[in-house]
Design a protein around this ligand. Sequence first.
Ligand SMILES: NC(=O)C1=CN([C@@H]2O[C@H](COP(=O)(O)OP(=O)(O)OC[C@H]3O[C@@H](n4cnc5c(N)ncnc54)[C@H](O)[C@@H]3O)[C@@H](O)[C@H]2O)C=CC1
Ligand code: BAL
Ligand code: NA
Length: 505
Amino acid sequence: MAIRNVPIPSRQLYIDGEWREPVKKKRIPIINPATEEIMGDIPAATGEDVDIAVEAAQRALARGDWGSTTGAQRAKYLRAIAAKVLEKKSELATLESLDSGKTLLESAADMDDVAACFEYNADLAEALDSKRKTPVNLHLDSFKTYVLREPLGVAGLITPWNYPLLMATWKVAPALAAGCAAILKPSELASITCLELGEICREIGLPPGALNILTGLGPEAGAPLASHPHVDTISFTGSVPTGIKIMTAAAQFVKPVTLELGGKSPIIVFDDIDNLDIAVEWTLFGCFANTGQVCSATSRLILQESIASEFLNRLLVWTKNIKISDPLEEDCKLGPVVSSGQYEKVLKFISNAKNEGATILYGGERPQHLKKGYYVQPTIITDVNTSMEIWKEEVFGPVLCVKTFKTEEEAIELANDSKYGLASAVMSKNVERRERFTKAFQTGIIWINCSQPTFHQLPWGGKKRSGFGRDLGEWGLEKYLNIKQVTEYTSDEPWAFYKAPSKNQ
Ligand SMILES: NC(=O)C1=CN([C@@H]2O[C@H](COP(=O)(O)OP(=O)(O)OC[C@H]3O[C@@H](n4cnc5c(N)ncnc54)[C@H](O)[C@@H]3O)[C@@H](O)[C@H]2O)C=CC1
Ligand code: BAL
Ligand code: NA
């Protein structure tokens, strides 16, 4: 059993390498979704604090101790952060679970991923040194050219609550590796571990202003960051409506944005699979891991008709076996959703599905044994048609909807029948068929014979309404770089485009 009484640290905003009270001195309560109790509070930044943080970031870029560092020097800071995260893993994982409702198992895995992602970006920072200046051979005698890769400037990073520290790391680590100065605005629903990242940066001696952490509400702290004239890029993960607001605000300054938004991803299961239980488990993991609060959750099961009844029977047996409990309990596999707002939203999706004529095959309610906390049973919905809300909209909760198909053509049409385009999964033994689906899926991520495994070496992001731009891999670093071409005229001869004036003119 985990230590429940890890004290909740009381923090201020992390600006310019130190803790600073927000200008307006406001705070937001921290709610534990498993108990509905207030556990503490976080500082609430406003536009005034954003201004102060942006100035601190600009100073860091102008100062030698951050602005003139090599990638190798920055890599040392990133590795030191990774080591501290591992040293504090158990405390950080417990805090993450208390704040967000994630199972302790998943929070602990997140902390390993956080450390590995900082390490991986340290490698990228080191590799950047040899790519900082790349000569380009034009095969011309009169010109010498090269390309510089430089930090883009001040990066605004706005992140969600479903993987609080991990989603922040997907942006913080490459921004720092690139040499940007960053301002992180985590979600007000789960900010504790992101503030602890501030404490880690203080402990390892990250130069002041290189990373600033402003907790607070979206409209009060996130919006002024997105619309700040001296924030040079915004990287955002969250909902489509907020993504649209951020893109609109950034457009006023022609500020580049990357948006990783929602999804309604499909998982197709063919009748040629060897082992039904393996496919069933991936289906469960694809939709119920992290209590379904995953942007890439494969929440539309598209099942070949010939195995539908047997598959659904096995799915029910496995689903009934999922342990739903306080996320700190051993073997808990499904915790509460993050907030009362999210709880109401998920239950409303289920009741709307019922009202539209779908069948709640399993779940759909609060588990009987849990009287408090924002718990929802893992839910399977059948008799779904493509005009229903449950087929079209992202639930962000443990809710799977099911449709069947007869032919490949039908399966791909159903899979791509979405305004979103983040991820797709296909389960089949047939290699040619898997290739056909890989090509046909209109998404940025394809899983074959699995769903959700995520590696920090690979690009992460979508198309259509799921956004654009990529986190992770070398692609996740590129967006924090300014690509500067340098063209030098090396000839002693005049350019001779204009007629030269005569000597006596
Ligand atoms: N794609 C994903 O990973 C996520 C999707 N969602 C979806 O969004 C729904 C709503 O959840 P929310 O927490 O409200 O998501 P959200 O998209 O509003 O929040 C994400 C981040 O944006 C910030 N934000 C909110 N309004 C802002 C604004 N006007 N300007 C700048 N930043 C702003 C928030 O404070 C938070 O840090 C969920 O039910 C879920 O469907 C939520 C979290 C993650
Ligand atoms: N696997 C985590 C990606 C996300 O939900 O944003
Ligand atoms: Na919370």
